[in-house]
Design a binder for this molecule. Sequence first.
Ligand SMILES: *[C@@H]1O[C@H](CO)[C@@H](O)[C@H](O)[C@H]1NC(C)=O
Ligand SMILES: *[C@@H]1O[C@H](CO)[C@@H](O)[C@H](O)[C@H]1NC(C)=O
Length: 468
Amino acid sequence: MEDTIVLYPSPGIGHLVSTVELGKLILTHQPSFSIIIFITDAPYNTGTTGPYISRVSATCPSITFHHLPTISPPPKFTFFEDLAFEVPRLNNPNVHQALQTISQKSKLKAFIIDFFCNASFEVSTSLNIPTYYFYTSGAFVLTIFFYLPTIDKTTTGIKDLSYVEVPGAPPLSPSAFPEVFLHRNSVGYKNFVDTANNMAKSSGIITNTFESLEPRAVKAISEGKCITNGPTPPVYYIGPLIASNAKTNAKSGSEDECLTWLNSQPSQSVVFLCFGSNGVFIEEQLKEMAVGLENSGNRFLWVVRSPPTNDKASSTSSEPDLDALLPEGFLERTKDRGLVVKAWAPQLDVLSHDSVGGFVTHCGWNSVLEAVCSGVPMVTWPLYAEQRLNRVFLVEEMKVALPLDESEDGFVSSAELERRVRELMDSESGKAVRDQVKAMRDEARAALAENGSSRVALERLTESWKQG
Ligand SMILES: *[C@@H]1O[C@H](CO)[C@@H](O)[C@H](O)[C@H]1NC(C)=O
Ligand SMILES: *[C@@H]1O[C@H](CO)[C@@H](O)[C@H](O)[C@H]1NC(C)=O
């Protein structure tokens, strides 16, 4: 019987791509394994996955996809996170069935689930299948999740604290937390606490980071300081895991346009602004950004998406009308030193281009790792999820980014953007984060090389499956 690993990502192209990358990585160490990835539909916009799945199926025969039956859509939820936890819960009977069938035909060595698949933990452990979490954010955020049950037991809620103390992390303001964490009686908050408790009981946690990027957090976790009510499971820091070819809905036109333009720019001169597939701004903010960029005098490559509308379906697909959205004459006045592209850019190719010297980012963890691996220093502009926590860690601990001050409602003034872009590209503090991020780029390479910490961690993990 074949050794099999089953991976269960949350719905959506982003989760799927990193899960496939993890599958490929496992196969480089244990080529005889077979990898099965569960695919679920979701009642929210997850991006198009079909073409990507076809391509992977065609190029990696050891990876197969198992489509779980479609579930009936759950009722309305206040927070997106609640829905993300609810969909896997509704899928439990299907997951149970699928795992049983697979166990009959092969040796199921491990079930690796996404953070939001909390509910399926019960199913796989009842079938005695070793269950692991694939944790796609960094080690600092992991210290918080591990410590969450302790915070929950010892306080009246994160909202009531003036700052939150977590072993291995700097003091954190409650406002840095995802909003759902501040609502102690919400379903979402309970899901996070439950998931943290399950993670502590799992066979291990596979984390997309590398030890020398976040040494303080790694140390606190390994010393057992973050999980206070029992032993800490093995944590495998196997990153940086970066999807080299994650093009899923790319228009090759804008790809060529970006790279051709960058080829004509001086080395390390361009600031790249890009905010992920969900990062949208209201029109007023876009205009303000344009003014900031123009006044900075810097070269820039800026990815602009259409502002949010009430009609969700149309906002994600419609192309922005740049002439209407940006200040009058802006494109003409900056055409010699700036390029504005619509909706999408080949981010990793851009970041690794020699002309790019800075990155204004929403601090999504995949973007952070891509910047680190390319040695590009950052200016942090967090928007949602755990991004405000990442900002604290990037600025205060890893020291690879400069912060951007925003007003209470998240608005950033043109003067602030101008100031930080200038600081990043041309000042002592900018040089300090640039030197540090280049050192971390070299550390990342070392972690992935022979005998490097990430390589060794993955060997330890896959060897344990081989023997088990
Ligand atoms: C989280 O998962 C555990 C075990 O699978 C389950 O007992 C618990 O009810 C889940 N929590 C929520 C809020 O769904
Ligand atoms: C890796 O470690 C082994 C055993 O210690 C050693 O023989 C080998 O030379 C090392 N390889 C590199 C590239 O350092």
